[in-house]
Write a protein that binds this ligand. Sequence first.
Ligand SMILES: [Zn+2]
Length: 439
Amino acid sequence: MEAIIDSADVLRLKHGDVPLPAFFPDATYGSVRCVDAADLVGCGVPGLVMNCYHLLTRPGLGVLRHFGGARRFSGWGGPLLTDSGGFQVFSMIRENPKFGEIRKSEIIFRRENGEKLNLSPEKCIQAQFACGSDIMMCLDYCSHPEDSYELSAESVDITIHWAERCKREYEKLLAAQNARGVAQNEHRAAHGAYRETQNEHRAEHGAHRATHGAHRAPSQNIQHGAQHGAPNGERPLLFAIIQGGGYRDLRKRCAEALVAIGFDGYGFGGWPLSSDMQLIEDILQYTADLMPDDAIKYAMGVGKPENIIKCEAMGYNLFDCVIPTRDARHHRLFVFTDTYGDGDVDGSKSEDKSRGDGRLLHSTYYILDKAYIRDSRPVSDSCDCHTCQNYSRAYLHHLAKSDDSLLYRLATIHNLRFYAELMERLRMRRRSADGAGHG
Ligand SMILES: [Zn+2]
């Protein structure tokens, strides 16, 4: 496949450029809880992860097709990655087999209302085309690092087989989409419909662009929306997922088979944490090394800042997780500690997560702590987010005590901005390492 990452380490997608490494928040059902597209742009969020399986159940493919995709439906104009849903279905069935079964041909899922939903590799790709994704994920058979060798081997065999079927379906639908595009262009050229195209383009990206002025501009250079009809990234990308649990030979077999089929990116499949919640660093590093260096290396579901920092050093350059948004709703706020001088992150509940070099030192606040009752400072003096520019810790504490849903929005905005800045700091670290000849 052709190069998808340019020399400046930017991933070119149809709906925007993504500087790498990047973190995409989870918008499982098409929304990032408590914030809207304008908030996301204000935070400098470079892309979202939606879930194909969840969108199939709600609002359903019919609604998304009616709106011409999940982007127009949700008002999000930037890059969109859709996960297949294999992981979620697997987790549910693993927890309770009454929810369905995994066959060689497909996954059968039984909903609580008795409705049956089958997810085949072909259906999964069809749904992701309907969502209008920039990055599609192959359906995979997920395993757990502590699964038996036999089960992990079976998951690898099925994952490879499904990846072949996904690739075939992807190429078929891409050819059909291209044929439609050529036909439309010929039609437009014949009727001089340039204006119409512009208006359509505006409708699609207008909501997104209008929001650019709503907040302070993000410090990083994110170009959403291919505003000038940039020729890069016209094709959606297809990523495969490397399974194999905790077994190196299986990871190797899976990676080699998938690389032979050829994908734009590769995800680390299965749980990235052991049963005692520790990052399985040796397997993550081993698997990253099996992925081609000109492809995206996606550490799926890795989201604690300290784990992102470790995985980025291993070579991973794409991350997603619910942690920044879910922790915000649990009153936990992330801050960098290097900008606070001598450890001014006060409050007994703040934990020191200091690791790595100085610019990546970080910690968390628990905003319900009574230490903040009269604290007039923002959450972080150095943060340029909407929350820190306008509100004090005391006010956030008050909102939390009052169980006001405004707290969820303001806390989510701050945490998403923290993650965007974390990625910017990692990019700076990478650039200085490259400059020093250690890259
Ligand atoms: Zn902030």
